[in-house]
Design a protein around this ligand. Structure first.
Ligand code: FAD
Length: 321
């Protein structure tokens, strides 16, 4: 038996048994997969490396696009409710980091910081993290003017001035989305040319409210109230402040998939699945931001989680496991 803490409660779980389903990562995708799995009465273990469940959801101060909440709600509140619901459906939660996996046998082996877990099927929902610029003032202003998601935060900038950083397809697509809200957009890119497809570049160049600031690095973000909101930029050695209401950063997204390299099919680090969340290995499913897909949101994470648990249940039934 192993002791562990969960949201202030001390619980015990026996990790020596073989679980029907193990779920890696307790963000919205993993919490939903575990909820559905528990309700299918599968012996389910949810493994989360952090002491608090919820993943990125738990970090959102004000969530406005999750259906069912007409007023802004904290992501932490929804995460706590999801966790309670999961516990009520007889799922065990283990606070441990997954360090390695072995998918060679019918029983999958998962090496964690708290010991070896065995399961007949597995849902991987370890999420992804937006790549940060790593400049002063960025981290402390996330949710207070610094954003990595136009779909999530665009509406906060109706008729406002914003900066967008990035030069790839995502950056330019998100800039076009943001033109629906902002009155003025500074598009900042560290090189003289964009990496994005030519056709996308042409579309962006045709929008008058977008001003291009090329060959330019962002060196700092100062959103302290006395000085207004400023982004410090450096164009070939010439530094200046850009006054904005917010900044959107699209310089990449990093899937938490290193431990699956070599054992699963990945594309740009994201796990490739079909519509049923099946990976290229039988009995292994993936859900949420770690999966190769076009829209990374809470709604799509919970949808993936439900489908993954459904597919895992069908796999166990078909295989008589
Ligand atoms: C600041 C911010 C604001 C956002 N705003 C919105 C919004 O307004 N609306 C919206 O819909 N979406 C928003 N998103 C995006 C949304 O939060 C994500 O799309 C969603 O959380 C993805 O869920 P997930 O379960 O796939 O992954 P995650 O939420 O990333 O959860 C993955 C979990 O896996 C755990 N994990 C990772 N590796 C391991 C390991 N090796 N062992 C054990 N555990 C592991 C992590 O600790 C984490 O808890 C926002 C994201 C951020 C960062």
């Amino acid at each position: 038996m192993l002791d562990f803490n969960l949201a202030g409660t001390s619980l015990k779980t026996d990790i020596s048994k073989v679980f029907d389903l193990a779920v890696i990562g307790a963000g919205p995708a993993g919490l939903t997969a575990a909820l559905y799995s528990g309700r299918y009465r599968l012996k389910t273990l949810l493994i989360e490396k952090k002491l608090v469940c919820g993943g990125q959801l738990a970090t959102i101060n004000s969530l406005e696009n999750y259906p069912g909440f007409s007023e802004p709600v904290s992501g932490g509140r929804i995460a706590r409710e999801m966790e309670r619901q999961v516990i009520k459906s007889d799922v065990q939660i283990l606070t441990a980091q997954v360090n390695n996996v072995d998918f060679s046998g019918e029983i999958k082996e998962i090496a964690t910081s708290k010991g070896l877990i065995k399961a007949k099927a597995l849902v991987i929902s370890a999420g992804a993290t937006p790549r940060m610029l790593g400049v002063a003032g960025e981290k402390e202003n996330i949710g207070k003017g610094v954003s990595y998601c136009a779909t999530c935060d665009g509406h906060l900038y109706i008729d406002k001035t914003i900066a967008v950083v990035g030069g790839g397809n995502t950056a330019l697509e998100e800039t076009i989305t943001l033109t629906k809200y902002a009155k003025k957009i500074f598009l900042i890119h560290r090189r003289g040319e964009f990496r994005a497809d030519k056709i996308l570049q042409e579309k962006v160049r045709a929008i008058p409210k977008i001003e291009f600031i090329l060959d330019t690095a962002v060196e700092g973000i100062d959103f302290s109230s006395e000085n207004g909101k400023n982004v410090l930029i450096n164009t070939k050695g010439k530094k200046r402040n850009l006054e904005v209401d917010g900044i959107f950063i699209f310089v990449g997204i990093l899937p938490n998939s290193e431990i699956f390299e070599g054992s699963l099919k990945l594309k740009d680090g994201f796990i490739v699945t079909d519509e049923e969340m099946k990976t290229n290995i039988e009995g292994i499913f993936a859900a949420g931001d770690i999966r190769l897909k076009s829209l990374r949101q809470i709604t799509t994470a919970v949808s993936d989680g439900a489908v993954a648990a459904f597919s895992a249940k069908n796999y166990l039934t078909e295989k008589n496991l």
